[in-house]
Design a protein around this ligand. Structure first.
Ligand code: TYM
Length: 326
């Protein structure tokens, strides 16, 4: 059975981009793949400074995956930090990775350009190396991600190839990214990619009142009262599309042409659709979040499941590089 692997940072409750771009596709893959998914605390640490928030986020994300249908009997869900060997593999990869490759990373360049001195730590610079280690340490075949992770996947393949060439063998398996076209980049409230750093999030597991508030904040184009609304360029419609059938979309397009239809109506329709979709998940999520023992048990069992694979891969790379007695 082929293996699917992915990670998500522990930086708060998952947002709609996380859900559509990664969580849903990743969970769907558990039927046909051996699924290994983890909470990327080490990556979150490049910005997170509050240990209580880190733990809370990890549990929120675990509860969310379970509520959305991850089956812990089939899929392994675990903390990145339960497998400290990833940091060892990251070092081995660092030693065969040119600085120039990392200097071209979008996330590093953006952090540098933003001049956020605090955030421009070495962890931000070497982020792609640790991510490559995360993927390669499990002999992963596919990695379900949103479009924004594609460059990291390319770098991962490059590092694996370089490691194999340097040490002369097929030690590391080259993974394939898996991106769902229609949700590769889910737009946020302002039409840009939904992202924590833009503060344009919709959080579908939050209380309905807050969710409605978020939806009502979606930015729309100022349109003179006598002109029909343009659905094609509308951020509300872009999101509505992701939760409706083609008939419902046709109906909504027709509504946009009606003189008595405003953006408020479109937002209310989107809120109702999303709320109906997420309500059953939210109930499970709230119950799970209160059940720390179950969450910790799932995380521990997940870590135990993946450990044997890690042992094998680490033995291969240690022996390839001449570490230990051989
Ligand atoms: P993170 O936590 O930023 O995001 C988790 C996943 O959500 C996807 N995503 C989106 N997809 C579509 N539209 C959006 N607006 C949107 N926003 C986020 C991301 O593409 C991602 O798949 N570097 C990773 C964490 C990581 C990882 C790994 C992933 C660490 N190690 C190994 C895969 C394999 C990250 O920052 O994800």
């Amino acid at each position: 059975m082929k293996r699917s692997l992915s990670g998500i940072k522990s930086t708060g409750i998952p947002h709609l981009g996380n859900y559509l771009g990664m969580i849903r596709p990743a969970i769907d893959l558990q039927d046909d793949y051996e699924a290994f998914y983890f909470v990327a605390e080490f990556h979150a640490l490049t910005t997170e400074r509050d240990p209580a928030a880190m733990r809370e986020s990890t549990r929120m994300i675990t509860a969310a995956f379970l509520a959305f249908g991850l089956d812990p009997e089939r899929a392994a869900f675990f903390r990145q930090s339960s497998i400290p060997e990833v940091t060892e593999l990251a070092w081995l990869l660092s030693c065969v990775t040119n600085m120039g490759v990392l200097e071209r990373a979008h996330a590093y360049k953006a952090a540098k350009d933003a001049g956020v001195a605090n955030h421009l730590n070495h962890g931000v610079f070497s982020y792609p190396v640790l991510m490559a280690a995360d993927i390669l340490i499990y002999d992963s075949d596919v990695v379900p991600v949103g479009q924004d992770q594609i460059q990291h996947l390319e770098m991962t393949r490059l590092m694996a190839r370089h490691f194999n060439n340097t040490f002369g063998g097929d030690y590391l398996k080259l993974p394939e990214p898996m991106v769902r076209e229609d949700v590769a980049t889910v737009p946020g409230l302002d039409g840009r990619k939904m992202s924590k750093s833009y503060g344009n999030l919709i959080e579908p597991l939050t209380a309905p009142k807050k969710l409605r508030k978020q939806v009502m904040k979606i930015v729309t184009a100022p349109t003179p009262i006598e002109e029909p609304l343009d659905w094609e360029s509308c951020n509300v419609f872009a999101l509505y599309k992701l939760f409706s059938t083609s008939e419902e979309q046709a109906e909504m397009r027709a509504n946009y042409a009606r003189p008595d239809f405003g953006f408020g109506h479109a937002k209310q329709a989107l809120f109702e659709k999303m709320n109906a979709h997420f309500e059953p998940f939210r109930e499970k999520y709230d119950a799970l979040l209160a059940d720390t023992d179950t969450l910790e048990d799932v995380l521990e069992r997940g870590a135990q499941r993946v450990r044997p694979v890690v042992g094998e891969v680490m033995e291969r790379v240690r022996s390839a590089t001449g570490l230990g007695r051989g």
